[in-house]
Design a protein around this ligand. Structure first.
Ligand code: NAI
Length: 343
């Protein structure tokens, strides 16, 4: 490969190290010569060092071309430990959380292919909360700039992919000002894309409609919290959260992580499904290939995508979350075999 890339990686908590190690093996195969730079952060790191991330984490993160990130644990019982995910997203201004969901033949009950564009730094996640006696209040922030950039990403993606419709998910019937601004901004941005049909749906109806007929949707764009919740729902429709990956995109570095969390119930057992993390790394290859004009990397992204499909759909190399008996390593080895066949 002609180009040289610097890829940061965060092992993360729970099953993070297991799935990140799997991906590093695959990425080294697909991007020989890539420099891998470890970035340390998370709850495990905090327990060892008293800090939630290493001192130069953000500096190092801004210097690499992309970051592969395992899930990080934010214990709900420890109010003094603030989410490192939220911190990373805010500091690197990773405003778009892009989550493509495609069904798998033999696993998913329905066949569909949709992408959720979740606004990733605003809404309820700005972290401004207060307690006044017996009353707790959280601030929900929607800005025109924040709504505009995520909506523009969603429309641009739909246009480039040759799709027809983009749907905004909101609750502007009740949250008239905040979701009202998100909704209005969506329709303003839609005017820049006259070939695409802008559609809207209330978030509770969206939940119902996704379960009933996910194939009716192409691209969904949502404020932060709705996207978080709907993603797990669609992950369930795919068949397992362990199959789904995401790209966190800002104007500079991109971070690529699975949709799932730390899965403490199966951590350390060697049975975590690495496909979500592998799918995230496929998104990284696509992203870098497009950004840097590297057709070979784009070709390799599609080889990885195909290898995952063959391993899950044709060869049935399944971890327990899919009803199989294989381990993380079995899936990883099978994916590498398929890659070698194609390279
Ligand atoms: P989770 O996604 O960790 O687990 C939900 C269920 O899915 C569990 O039964 C788990 O075993 C299963 N699962 C998840 N990933 C899997 C995989 N790769 N292979 C096989 N099975 C898998 O959700 P949960 O338990 O609600 O979250 C735990 C913690 O994870 C949260 O408290 C939060 O701190 C953290 N989290 C971190 C995220 C991130 O770093 N981006 C995202 C979501 C949660």
């Amino acid at each position: 490969m002609a180009r040289r890339y610097r890829i940061g990686f965060v092992r993360g908590d729970g099953i993070g190290p297991e799935v990140v190690d799997a991906v590093l093996e695959v990425v080294s195969h697909l991007m020989p010569g890539a420099e891998l730079v470890e970035l340390q952060a998370g709850y495990e790191y905090y327990r060892r060092t008293g800090k939630s991330m290493e001192d130069d984490f953000l500096e190092k993160a801004r210097e690499v071309d992309a970051i592969i990130k395992g899930p990080l644990y934010t214990p709900p019982h420890d109010p003094s430990f603030r989410s490192v995910n939220v911190l990373i997203r805010r500091e690197l201004d990773l405003y778009a959380n892009v989550r493509p969901f495609r069904s798998f033949r033999g696993i998913s009950q329905r066949q569909f292919n949709l992408v959720i564009f979740r606004e990733n730094v605003e809404g309820e996640y700005v972290g401004v909360e207060g307690v006044f006696g017996d009353v707790a209040v959280s601030l929900r922030v929607i800005t025109r700039r924040g709504a505009e950039r995520i909506c523009r990403q969603a429309f641009s993606y739909a246009k480039a992919a040759g799709l027809k419709r983009v749907t905004v998910v909101h609750k502007a019937n009740i949250l008239k000002l905040s979701d009202g601004l998100f909704r209005q901004t969506f329709f303003d941005v839609a005017k820049e894309f006259p070939d695409l049909v802008p559609e809207e749906i209330i978030v509770d109806t969206a939940t119902y409609a996704l379960v009933k007929s996910p194939e009716k949707f192409q691209v969904l764009v949502t404020p932060n919290l709705y996207g978080d919740i709907l993603s797990d729902l669609v992950g369930g429709l795919v068949g397992s959260l362990g199959l789904c990956g995401s790209a966190l995109i800002g104007d500079r570095v991109g971070v690529f992580e699975p949709v799932h969390g730390v899965a403490l119930d199966i951590a350390g057992k060697g049975v975590a499904n690495p496909v979500g993390m592998l799918t995230a790394s496929k998104l990284m290859l696509d992203h870098l290939g497009q950004k840097r004009g590297d057709p070979e990397l784009l070709r390799r992204a599609s080889i990885l995508d195909n290898a995952i499909r063959v391993v899950i759909e044709d060869r049935g190399v399944w971890t327990p979350d899919l009803g199989g008996r294989c381990g993380t390593r079995d899936v990883t080895s099978a994916v590498i075999e398929e890659i070698d066949r194609a390279l």
